[in-house]
Design a protein around this ligand. Sequence first.
Ligand SMILES: Nc1ncnc2c1ncn2[C@@H]1O[C@H](COP(=O)(O)OP(=O)(O)OP(=O)(O)O)[C@@H](O)[C@H]1O
Length: 241
Amino acid sequence: MTTLLEVENLSRSFGGLVAVKDVSFSLRAGRITALIGPNGAGKTTCFNLVAGALKPTSGRVLFEGRQIDNSPPETVCRMGIARTFQIVRPMREMSVLENAMIGAFSWTRNVSEARSKAYESLESVGLAAKAHARTDQLTLPDRKMLETAKALSTRPKLLLLDEVMAGLRPTEAAGIVGVLQKLAEGGLTILLVEHVMRIVMEVASRVVVLHHGAKIAEGPPGEVVADPKVLESYLGAGFHA
Ligand SMILES: Nc1ncnc2c1ncn2[C@@H]1O[C@H](COP(=O)(O)OP(=O)(O)OP(=O)(O)O)[C@@H](O)[C@H]1O
């Protein structure tokens, strides 16, 4: 397996607050990795640093061996990193398909090319049948999948998913887990922020744990949930894997 992304000694401060502190990890191609930790641990800041939305105070981000932390988000996106946001806000006056096309305009100006990529993205998240629906007719899980389809339309190699299962019922989340597993089987690399440990255990083959901005554990989910540091800082003594 090849390494797609390397985060090396990454730090980011906001004034006196160190939000991400000397964090290193790498992502293997085709694997699903979860980034977990309590509120304020630095997960979203890490995402923003990888996606080019924030510049690191120190450290480096390498994608396919090239340093990307000085590149703007549009360049990072064109290189193959796409992200979704915690709060999903589709363009309400546009159809599901038109929303999914937005991502494709990062690499083409050809409308029919964008439309065909958008269909393919909607198909891979199970939304093709609703391509012509209005976005206000979508359920919350569908809106989350539309956000994912929009990101897929950019043709990413790495997909960053910020709390894509938040607010969903277990059966709805199970559907999304299936979609993510299929995407990874197709070769996509996924880094996801997720709070529900049951989902992390099911979907991720590797877990990185942040606490107060620093990495406190990393490994397969079964190992990480048994780590005393993780139990103490995040999961609590009552957690049973
Ligand atoms: N733009 C900013 N300006 C100042 N402080 C910030 C900024 N962004 C994040 N922070 C602070 O950095 C720390 C890490 O925040 P971050 O959002 O990365 O955590 P998180 O792990 O994603 O939390 P959550 O699970 O609540 O989303 C927090 O203390 C937060 O208040």
